[in-house]
Ligand binder design. Structure first.
Ligand SMILES: [Zn+2]
Ligand SMILES: [Zn+2]
Length: 119
């Protein structure tokens, strides 16, 4: 199973906003890092916890539609289509986000989860 680097995930989380205090300083709880790929992130300002899912290989197998939608995401930097999914978070019951990387220019950015938008 491939998991992203903890430091990388922590850096990318700055692109998100805490559901409670709206700040963007997070840390991965190192005790939560296990083989199942389900990690926990902690807001450094208000101590709010939320899950980080890093086993995207498994996720894409169980949600085949997501793979198709990833090909349609337009990069905000180079305006080409197609990204890879790095990991996802559930910031709150209403908001989950994908963290993706552009396949063309390599820029990372986030997208609102498709499953919520379309369900
Ligand atoms: Zn917070
Ligand atoms: Zn790009």
């Amino acid at each position: 199973m491939s998991q992203p680097d903890v430091q990388y995930v922590q850096d990318q989380l700055r692109l998100a906003q805490c559901a409670i205090c709206k700040k963007s300083r997070f840390a991965i709880d190192s005790r939560s890092i296990g083989d199942d790929g389900n990690w926990k992130a902690l807001c450094l300002d208000c101590h709010y916890h939320f899950p980080v899912y890093t086993d995207m290989e498994f996720y894409l197998q169980t949600q085949p539609d997501v793979s198709y939608r990833l090909k349609d995401i337009v990069c905000p930097h180079c305006h080409q289509r197609g990204v890879s999914l790095d990991f996802r978070i559930a910031m709150s019951v209403r908001e989950s986000r994908y963290f993706v990387t552009c396949l063309h220019c390599g820029s990372p950015f986030t997208e609102q989860s498709f499953l919520e938008v379309y369900e």
